[in-house]
Design a protein around this ligand. Structure first.
Ligand code: NAP
Length: 284
């Protein structure tokens, strides 16, 4: 491996975020509030079950309570919304995470919208998205926030850079584009109908891959010295970036695994603790 390359180590960033949470959680528990994240898993998708388990385990390690709700594959939208409403009303729950994707008979958007804004710790509601777009108080989606946290941790300048984002999903590509724009990057968003993708990616000082296709971003597409952020997570622990080939061109790059993934989970824990603190101050 070349020595002048900066490998953006997500485990180090995640440890730093979690270390900051330890005294805050202790203080909350001292005040009689245990931060609590409710996770909702609908159906039998094994990958989703793994993601939820990783989040629950991460909570446990820090002393954050997790309320694990598992609903049957044939759950209706109404049943799911009813469950979410119960969690909204439960003052001991500070964050609600509905694991995406849900079975196809469910109106996922309607279910996301049922989550109360102050418990929307993964920024999935339209109001949360909009507030985040305006740099207001709502929690941003965790993966976009993790990408920004990694850049900040390594003191990588965002302002003035040309950021090229490949992907425009509501939980990843779109919010990370807005967050980079709010940090004064010049932003280009690419998607499946983009023409001359390779030429556009070559303009990026910061390239964010959020496509959902293994090794989709090729080394030859990367401008020399660019920062490459791989949000992808595909079967077999493979990112959306052809890591070895992009490493040759990039000045800094996130690996998969141990890049964006662990920081996403640490960000979810942070948002849950933030929400628990907000609940304490709101009753004073
Ligand atoms: P998604 O909803 O499937 O969105 C994929 C995006 O990629 C869409 O905007 C799509 O464009 C675009 N795209 C597809 N094919 C393309 C092509 N040939 N050229 C250019 N753009 C193309 O996926 P997602 O939920 O955003 O997830 C993206 C990746 O991030 C996945 O690998 C996922 O596993 C990973 N992920 C990781 C974390 C984490 O914690 N690390 C969290 C969430 C997601 P259209 O809009 O035109 O269809």
């Amino acid at each position: 491996m070349e020595t002048n390359k900066l490998i953006l180590d997500g485990n180090i960033v995640a440890s730093s975020i979690k270390a900051d949470l330890v005294p805050r959680i202790a203080k909350l528990i001292g005040r009689g509030i245990t931060p609590c994240l409710a996770t909702i898993l609908v159906g039998n998708d094994p990958a989703s079950a793994t993601y939820v388990r990783m989040k629950v385990n991460a909570c446990k390690k820090l002393g954050i309570e997790s309320r694990r709700i598992v609903l049957a594959e044939d759950t209706t939208t109404e049943q799911l919304i009813q469950t979410i409403q119960q969690l909204n009303e439960d003052i001991t729950v500070h964050g609600i995470l509905l694991q995406h994707p849900v079975p196809e008979q469910i109106d996922e958007r309607a279910a996301f919208e049922a989550i109360q804004l102050h418990k929307d710790v993964d920024g999935v509601t339209t109001l949360g998205f909009a507030q985040n777009a305006f740099s207001l108080a709502a929690f941003p989606s965790c993966t976009p926030a993790a990408i920004i946290a990694i850049l900040d941790f390594y003191n990588i300048q965002i302002e003035g850079k040309h950021a090229v984002i490949i992907g425009r999903s509501p939980i990843l590509g779109k919010p990370v584009s807005l967050m980079l724009l709010n940090r004064n990057a010049t932003v280009t968003i690419c998607h499946s109908k983009t023409q001359n993708l390779e030429e556009i990616v070559k303009l990026g000082n910061i390239v964010v891959a959020a496509v959902g296709k293994p090794k989709f971003i090729k080394g030859s597409w990367i401008k020399a010295g660019a920062i490459v952020m791989d949000a992808g997570y595909n079967e077999g622990n493979i990112g959306d970036v052809d890591y070895e080939a992009c490493l040759i061109k990039a000045s800094a790059i996130t690996p998969v695994p141990a890049g964006v993934g662990p920081v996403t989970i640490a960000t979810l824990l942070k948002h849950t603790v933030d929400s628990a603190e907000n609940s304490f101050f709101s009753i004073l």
